[in-house]
Design a protein around this ligand. Structure first.
Ligand code: CTP
Ligand code: MG
Length: 227
């Protein structure tokens, strides 16, 4: 079952504090961005990659794609100020016809099996997003004071990939733009339509490289996988 993937890569990595886009930092001597791209490059079901980038980083990224022999990138539109806008910029380039997967370029450890389960679920249901069950006790806090404990059994921590029927995601994005709605994931936009979204249980290794500690976790994951 074929799919297209949108990879937003136009962030600035403020929480990483590296003074540059965190996606250029290396894990075991390879940039995070390349680790993520390679997952899709080698997946026969992936038809094309759409990469949102910053204008000033486009030339450097092009040279990296060549160096690492990444051939599936079909377009590199300019990202926006918000992640949602970067994803939308890619959607405008996507050729309709396959399931569209949105995946943070900062999550290099996504496994092919999870991607394929998401694509299958989205083909059947229209929308499917990856997540893992909450592990900790969850409480709602206001002004530093516990208000309540929330039943953990129904709580999931949401990740990417998120997979959608192309027309459905486009409709959700157009509506969000028209109404000035900003979400933290594509799921939030699609929830505003009359549409059910399937959860697909992913894996705790699918972390988003966000702060400095994540670089240590990331290399540990890679070292374990390499045996
Ligand atoms: N992203 C993007 N366009 C933006 C903001 C983020 O394409 N305007 C991308 C990032 O490059 C990343 C993914 O969205 O691959 C998830 O975002 P996040 O982890 O928040 O990365 P940054 O925004 O770069 O980091 P920070 O929020 O710490 O600045
Ligand atoms: Mg961000």
């Amino acid at each position: 079952m074929s799919y297209d993937v949108i990879l937003p890569a136009a962030g600035s990595g403020k929480r990483m504090g590296a003074g540059k886009n965190k996606l250029f930092l290396e894990l075991n001597n390879k940039p995070i961005l390349i680790h993520t791209l390679e997952v899709f490059e080698v997946d026969p079901q992936c038809r094309a990659i759409y990469l949102a980038v910053k204008d000033e980083e486009r030339t450097f990224i092009r040279s990296q794609l060549q160096q690492y022999k990444i051939s599936k990138v079909k377009a590199m539109p300019t990202g926006g100020d918000e992640r949602q806008h970067s994803v939308y910029a890619c959607m405008k380039e996507v050729v309709a016809g396959a399931i569209v997967l949105v995946h943070d370029a900062a999550r290099p450890f996504i496994e092919q099996a999870t991607i394929h389960r998401l694509v299958e679920a989205a083909t059947e249901k229209g929308a499917a997003i990856a997540g893992v069950r909450a592990k900790d006790t969850m409480k709602r806090v206001e002004n530093g004071i516990i208000q309540e404990t929330i039943d953990r059994s129904s709580l999931w921590m949401i990740q990417t990939p998120q997979a959608f029927d192309f027309e459905l995601l486009m409709q959700a994005q157009v509506k969000a733009e028209q109404e000035g709605f900003l979400g933290t994931d594509e799921g939030m936009l699609v929830e505003r339509l009359d549409q059910q979204i399937q959860i697909v249980e992913s894996n705790y290794e699918n972390i988003k490289i966000t702060t400095k500690e994540d670089l240590v976790f990331g290399e540990a994951i890679l070292n374990r996988r390499q045996g």
